[in-house]
Design a protein around this ligand. Structure first.
Ligand code: ATP
Ligand code: MG
Ligand code: MG
Ligand code: MG
Length: 438
């Protein structure tokens, strides 16, 4: 992409109502624009990152055996009456009436819809287990939308739903999602710690929030510090028949709880050096809730003994749009964003220090063509802005590599390669630099 033809409305300064660094940087880098409180347009640069994060989530869900579908954003109020949640949900639900006076709503989540889809088609235990997911816009009329995409009203969520015959199967489905979450957050360069979370009135111990530690996080969290550095297990697992329980146990054996579940005495029983009390961002939440929806909504299957049994369900959310904020909170400096390579909007930025100089233009064109041919996403700053301004923009938008082409270097047969994260610069021939990048 040539910057002269792109749409990258960067700002010198963030609007004063942007309180946290990720929100400020997303606005300054021209990634999002607020259209109404908690409702954002995703500008081209922001959309690229959103798409990359979405794709990582999708790949890890697919790997764990979940099946993608797409449910509507608009749902029927009557479905929510069946589960009993229509009245309970309260003011966070955006309620809509159509021209026929039919009551609709913009889905804040999709347990009811997915249960309706399931019950229409799946009638036998032989078709279980199933895990259906979608990545779709949600709406919650948050009391205090703030921090940009971190707490939006309209936001992008991956929500998966598992269906099993019995509690043992449900536990396995839960474990698959638990482990898939460890991997997917790690792929984005995040350290997300699973923490015991409130299961509400249903009880049980099967609910975990995945928390990225950050000073600007909205939740107070408490955990054993070893959990933060524990590496993700990686993809090479037997996702269908393997026993993932040991991987889950390894983590749940260590203390980790959000404020609502915090047990001061248990936490204080840890050696002081192991205790970590911090703030965190909830980027995912998994939950096993048995027959909460299947019972009232009559989602039953025929069991091996011929009896009809309500299915055991779980739901598993990831805040896809919130993740942009969480990643930036975890990875930035004074100059701007530092994208991990896996989610960067472009892999490389080319900075032409003297646009219009025939020699510089030629080297840049060659680099651009070669990188594109190698399948790299490249943003070529071919504008006639000053060098200093170009550097500032590149640092702000945080591409992992900057390839800098200036007249002096070109005369000597070299270009510069800058690593955004370390700040290291090296001079080498274009061919050597290209070899390193592709
Ligand atoms: P929170 O405690 O932050 O309000 P939640 O517990 O209400 O979140 P869940 O119902 O667990 O949210 O939804 C699954 C995921 O969706 C959350 O873990 C979070 O990452 C994301 N999410 C929830 N609400 C929002 C929001 N208003 N804006 C952006 N992402 C959100
Ligand atoms: Mg909430
Ligand atoms: Mg929460
Ligand atoms: Mg939650």
């Amino acid at each position: 992409m040539r910057l002269s033809r792109y749409f990258l409305p960067v700002l010198k300064e963030a609007p004063s109502d942007a309180q946290i660094v990720s929100h400020q940087l997303m606005l300054r880098a021209g990634m999002i624009r607020q259209e109404a409180a908690g409702i954002y347009a995703w500008l081209p640069l922001g959309l690229r990152v959103l798409n990359k994060i979405e794709q990582i989530v999708r790949e890890e869900m697919d790997r764990a055996g979940a099946i993608e579908l797409l449910m509507p954003t608009i749902q029927l109020a009557d479905l929510w009456r069946e589960s009993g949640r229509y009245d309970d949900y309260g003011d966070e639900m955006l309620r809509i009436t159509d021209r026929h006076k039919r009551e609709l709503l913009f889905g804040p989540t999709a347990e009811e819809v997915v249960t309706d889809i399931f019950r229409a088609s799946i009638k036998s235990y032989k078709d279980l287990p199933k895990n259906l997911y979608n990545i779709q816009w949600k709406f919650r009329d948050e009391r205090r939308p703030r921090f940009g995409v971190m707490r939006g009203r309209e936001f992008f969520m991956k929500d998966a739903y598992s269906f099993d015959l019995d509690a043992e199967g449900a536990r396995k489905s839960y474990n698959r999602m638990f482990v898939a979450y460890l991997n997917l957050f790690a792929r984005m360069g995040l350290k997300a710690v699973p923490m015991r979370a409130d299961t509400g009135p249903i009880g049980g111990d099967l609910s975990h929030e995945f928390i990225v530690l950050a000073e600007t996080g909205e939740s107070a969290v408490f955990c054993h510090k070893d959990l933060v550095e524990m590496p993700a297990p990686g993809p090479d697992l037997d996702w269908i028949n393997g026993d993932l329980q040991p991987l889950v146990n390894q983590r749940t054996a260590l203390y980790a709880a959000t404020e609502e579940m915090h047990d001061e005495a248990a936490f204080n029983a840890l050696p002081e050096d192991d205790r970590l009390s911090a703030r965190g961002i909830e980027v995912g939440h998994i939950f096993s809730f048995g027959t909460k929806y299947s019972e009232p909504m009559k989602a039953t299957v025929q069991g091996p003994d011929g009896q009809q049994v309500p299915v055991q369900m779980g739901s598993y959310g990831v805040g896809v749009s919130r993740l942009l904020g969480a990643i930036i909170e975890a990875s930035h400096d004074e100059g701007g964003i530092i994208w991990p390579e896996s989610v960067a909007p472009f892999d490389v930025g080319i900075v032409n220090m003297r646009q219009g100089d025939a020699a510089c233009d030629e080297v840049c064109d060659k680099a651009y063509a070669a990188l594109k041919a190698a399948g790299k996403d490249v943003l070529y700053d071919d504008t006639d802005a000053r060098g200093g301004a170009k550097f500032a923009t590149m640092d702000l938008i945080g591409l992992p590599w900057q390839l800098i082409v200036g007249p002096k270097g070109v005369a000597e047969g070299v270009v510069e390669l800058k690593n955004r994260k370390t700040g290291e610069r090296q001079s080498a021939s274009l061919d050597a630099v290209l070899e390193q990048l592709v």
